[in-house]
Design a binder for this molecule. Structure first.
Ligand SMILES: [Zn+2]
Length: 272
């Protein structure tokens, strides 16, 4: 079996944010206490990534779309820029740079799958406006993302996705052999994960914001910040764990600064 007969997965860092850790991890051991009421905050690196997948059937998929170049202006009205500045992105990181490095363009992509529609995942989805690419989100995510009036609701910024043709899934869906979209709600109304069964690297489960950090995974899991449905979030973590244990696979966390350094990343450094 040569590499052209195998699924190829390229993980692309798409810009580093910083944020207070409490957005990501509700960890009692780092919280203020009676004895230490003024405990320091943890200001941490919050990397973002997208996944570029090439299937032996000839189809290409992009998972998530990263953060926007114009985050300072785009995130000003919502105030999100002060909490999640993209203050450590290199020129090579932005999604448009990444696509160029891959010598591909939006219209070459068959599927854009968005784990959810938050501003650090859907920001560049409009690169795919007026293309033939099928854009896929969870049906409950779409419902929620259009359920409010005004500019944004939390980290959902309507102008990121409002004019796009969004197709939806309502159950776990094998999109291509070895490539399965998993429903893992809780972080938002309809957060998705992506399971890829690779010939050499084994199963990789891209959890996106269903699991930001390895620290959160456990067992036992430590609750994450920004969770719309806590019970569903814990259930989704155990769903991911079940698949990970059954397949002997690896979970790729959504915003884990330590893990991303250990992974093979960038154009040419793919997994098969
Ligand atoms: Zn995120």
């Amino acid at each position: 079996m040569s590499d052209t007969d195998k699924i190829k997965v390229t993980i692309l860092p798409t810009g580093m944010m910083h944020a207070d850790l409490v957005w990501l991890l509700i960890d009692p051991s780092r919280m203020a206490t009676y004895q230490q009421p003024r405990k320091e905050r943890d200001w941490v690196e919050v990397p973002t990534h997208v996944v570029f997948l090439e299937h032996p059937n000839g189809q290409k998929l992009v998972w998530d779309s990263g953060v926007p170049r114009d985050w300072e202006t785009r995130w000003e009205p919502s105030g999100l820029g002060k909490f999640f500045p993209v203050d450590a992105a290199a020129e090579e990181d932005w999604l448009d740079s990444r696509l160029k490095q891959l010598k591909t363009e939006p219209n070459d992509i068959d599927y854009l799958v968005l784990s959810h529609l938050h501003m650090d995942h859907a920001a560049n989805a409009k690169f795919w406006e007026r293309t033939d690419t099928q854009i896929i989100v969870d049906e409950k995510e779409k419902e929620g993302a259009f359920s409010f009036d005004g500019h944004n609701k939390g980290a959902h910024i309507k102008s990121d996705y409002d004019t796009l043709q969004l197709d939806t899934i309502g159950q776990d869906t094998e999109l291509m052999p070895g490539v399965t979209i998993l429903q893992t709600p809780g972080h938002t109304w309809g957060t998705l994960s992506l399971q890829v069964d690779l010939a050499d690297a084994g199963t990789m489960i891209f959890a996106s914001d269903s699991l930001y950090l390895k620290e959160s995974y456990g067992p036992p899991p430590i609750a994450a910040g920004i969770v719309y449905d806590t019970v569903a979030w814990f259930e989704s973590v155990e769903k991911i764990r079940g698949i990970q244990e059954r397949t002997g696979g690896q979970v790729i966390f959504g915003h884990d600064a330590n893990q991303i350094k250990e992974l093979r990343t960038g154009p040419g450094n793919y997994y098969t």
